[in-house]
Ligand binder design. Structure first.
Ligand code: GDP
Ligand code: MG
Ligand code: K
Length: 279
């Protein structure tokens, strides 16, 4: 059959290399991503011959500001791995989830590996995994990469999600925190306008819409929009900025952070909070 390929994506220091080594054992191949000096490390998941996992560079965002970010998104959009394994440091969850939100927009089957759970639990913290899965719309597997705990379960979930191409269920992260729905209307207005262009350019549509709002020239260029369409889009964005009272980039960042705040409030008991409760 065909190879089940995975992108391993996460922030620096999330435990990505530790997990990659647990997943692949010693059969690793190191090369370069085309045209850049960024390492491309890949390997076969232990015991699963027809698989490949590519260790993407540690990144915080899918903006086009660094070689690492460009390489990562180009790999996922262009090379089309069958699935994404997104590793998240549970002890630094707000910051790590910012990338998660953007990965979900790519509409690729994805599993969240919630790492450092040994440290989290050791300090009295806990996570409601089921609630987190429901809110994010993707499977969440608690692991400790350095202790090799939860890794088999992560592999099973990853293989299943990729094999059956189960894409994220919730890509709409504008909720009641969106102050009247201006950002939501803006994203959907743009998605409607660019639908054919995104299809032709083979770019995930919600990702494209958000990148247009953020002023991402690479994405805008690759969509081949007419001048008229660009003007209509600018009009939609200006109207959103006025209604929302934030500039375009801030409005998108605020949408993501508001959702993350809500998610963490509803699903995570931090070590500090559990200590306060004991007092
Ligand atoms: P990377 O930058 O994402 O590749 O992260 P590394 O794999 O290099 O890990 C960063 C640090 O976190 C190292 O010191 C690891 O030993 C440690 N680490 C990785 N996974 C875990 C874990 O599950 N629990 C704990 N407590 N530490 C971990
Ligand atoms: Mg590393
Ligand atoms: K640590």
């Amino acid at each position: 059959g065909t190879t089940l390929s995975f992108a391993l994506a996460g922030n620096q220091n999330s435990g990505k290399t530790t997990l990659f080594n647990q997943l692949t054992g010693s059969n690793q191949h190191v090369g370069n991503f085309p045209g850049v000096t960024v390492d491309r490390k890949s390997g076969v998941i232990k015991g699963h011959k027809n698989t490949e996992v590519v260790d993407l560079p540690g990144i915080y965002s899918l903006s086009p500001y660094t070689e690492e970010e460009i390489v990562s998104r180009q790999y996922i959009i262009g090379d089309k791995p069958k699935g994404i394994i997104n590793i998240v440091d549970a002890t630094n969850i707000e910051r790590n989830l910012y990338l998660t939100m953007q990965l979900i927009e790519l509409d690729v089957p994805m599993v969240l590996a919630l790492n450092m759970m040994d440290e989290m639990r050791g300090n009295g913290g806990s996570v409601n995994i089921n609630a987190m899965e429901t809110l994010l719309g993707i499977p969440v597997v608690p692991i400790s990469a350095s202790k090799n705990e939860g890794v088999d379960e992560l592999i099973n979930h990853s293989l299943h999600t990729a094999k059956y191409q189960e894409c994220p269920g919730n890509k709409d992260f504008c909720d009641e925190t969106d102050h009247g729905g201006a950002v939501h209307r803006c994203i959907h207005g743009i998605m409607t306008l660019i639908e054919d262009h995104a299809k032709n350019a083979d770019i995930p549509i919600r990702f494209a819409a958000n990148k247009i709002i953020e002023g991402d020239a690479r994405v805008i260029d690759s969509l081949n929009l007419s001048e008229n369409e660009k003007e209509m889009i600018e009009h939609i964005i200006l109207q959103m900025e006025e209604e929302r009272g934030l500039d375009r980039s801030a409005a998108i960042a605020d949408m993501r952070f508001s959702f993350i705040d809500k998610l963490v409030r509803e699903t995570v008991v931090k070590p500090s909070e559990s200590k306060e409760r004991e007092r």
